[in-house]
Design a binder for this molecule. Structure first.
Ligand SMILES: Cc1ncc(COP(=O)(O)O)c(C=O)c1O
Length: 435
């Protein structure tokens, strides 16, 4: 709920805040605006086919709108959706449609210290078990490329191929959330045997070819504000597209501005430009390795999206019921003006009986939006996190002042237990001066 003007480095998210390129901005100016049938839409559809290989595309206003439509079309009361890991809005839409998520990441994913190169992988044996036992209840299998809430961890080509083979065997669709597929593809090139000398564009095409349905929040990899669903399956396209005029707008703008559609087409090409992709991943790697050397508990190996700090270790004296990740995000802001994001218990909602549901990981995410931050920003972040780590005993927990019933982390308000915020600021001013 902070105002952006009160933030020094805004590292809350990469969503909708990546720097756009000159070519994207230029495309916005020349886009042909029309309620129906804009040239910009058809050009965008051509780029989707060229870059991703999908014939049918449906624009939507952002990622969660795609999730809403997928849940509406495929999920029924009692359905289950096996996946590597949930994202907050994905889970909410599946549950609102009457379904349940089944998370089956590889076991290394839940060990923050494991340097497994693909901690976003699905446990294939566990998936086979679920499909054998419950095939008729499975709405679809979902893979998130760069699993956000696991600390930005990628999925390997081998894994998505194996998952696809199982989906074929049991006759269920595979849905790929490609919001951060650019970074996933970069990690495959870096880490997976056989891909080091391949072009990112070829790796991308191969990766997404395993999906029956691809969707993305285009606020992320293509650096605009929108989203889309794409497929080669005509029957899926037809089932989904009929809902667009009801929920999003006409099918050639899907709730987006036409200008953003034109910029999205450029962004889709640029997101796998071999000269560009990876600059923020290298900065993330630098910060993670520096912090790890100094003993600050970070998620390993360095992933995509941002630096993820394990709040249960950083604030081991704060009980999970007092939200260590929320406390750490607040403390980091006080000690640096950096806005980060709680990705722990507050980002889950209570269960139907009102009990807290503690997720596997209790993290803060310090995001590196694309083409935005420099090494000097990274050094500042390291400096302040180390200062905070040395003063971590001052930080205590948080409690709710106002707690909304769904996606509570967006609008909720909390207060610091025992006024620790003021104590932290006092020590900060004493040691580092008044800013
Ligand atoms: C992996 C993933 N899926 C879906 C979404 C939802 O997209 P949006 O915020 O555009 O609704 C996000 C947003 O950050 C995401 O990270």
């Amino acid at each position: 709920m902070l105002k952006a003007t009160d933030v020094f480095l805004d590292m809350l998210t990469d969503s909708g805040v990546n720097a756009m390129s000159d070519r994207q901005l230029a495309a916005m100016i020349t886009a042909q605006d029309a309620y129906a049938g804009s040239k910009a839409f058809y050009e965008f559809a051509e780029v989707v086919e060229e870059v991703l290989g999908f014939k049918y595309v449906i624009p939507v206003h952002q990622g969660r709108a795609a999730e809403h439509l997928l849940a509406k079309v495929f999920v029924r009361e009692g359905s289950i959706v096996p996946m590597n890991y949930h994202f907050t809005t994905t889970k909410a839409h599946i549950e609102l449609a009457g379904g349940t998520i089944v998370e089956i990441p590889v076991k290394e994913a839940l060990d923050v210290k494991s340097r497994h190169p693909f901690k976003g992988n699905i446990d294939v044996a566990a998936l086979e078990e679920v499909l054998k036992r419950d095939r008729d209840r499975v709405a679809y299998v979902r893979i998130e490329a760069v699993a956000n809430l696991l600390g930005g961890q990628p999925v390997s080509m081998k894994n998505i191929a194996e998952v696809r083979a199982l989906c074929d065997k049991f006759g269920v669709p595979l849905v790929l959330d490609g919001s951060m597929v650019d970074w996933n593809v970069y990690f495959i090139k870096e880490r997976e045997p056989g891909y080091g000398s391949k072009k990112l564009s070829d790796i991308l095409k191969e990766f997404v070819s395993y999906a029956d349905i691809f969707y993305m929040s285009a606020r992320k990899a293509p650096s605009v504000r929108g989203g889309f669903i794409a497929t080669n399956r005509r029957e899926f396209y037809e089932k989904l597209v009929v809902h667009i005029p009801v929920y999003e707008g006409f099918i050639t703008y899907g709730g987006m501005s036409i200008k953003e559609i034109a910029a999205m087409a450029v962004g889709l090409r640029e997101m796998i430009d071999d000269d560009l992709v990876g600059s923020e991943l290298e900065l993330i790697k630098y910060v993670v390795e520096e912090l790890d050397k100094k003993g600050v508990p970070v998620v390993l190996p360095p992933g995509g999206l941002g630096v993820h700090v394990d709040a249960t270790q950083f604030l081991s004296h704060v009980s999970r019921s007092a939200y260590p990740a929320g406390s750490l995000a607040a403390a980091l802001y006080l000690a640096s003006g950096i806005r980060s994001m709680e990705r722990g218990a507050m980002s889950m909602d209570r269960d139907k009986s009102g009990r807290e549901v503690y997720p596997d990981l209790e993290l803060i995410r310090i995001a590196f939006p694309r083409r935005t931050y420099l090494k000097s920003h990274a050094d500042y972040l390291i400096d302040r996190l180390l200062w905070l780590y040395n003063h971590r005993d001052i930080v205590n927990g948080l409690r709710w002042v106002y707690e909304p019933p769904v996606l509570r982390f967006f609008l909720g308000r909390l207060e610091d237990i025992d006024n620790w915020g003021e104590k932290l600021v006092k020590v900060y001013k004493k040691e580092l001066g008044d800013l």
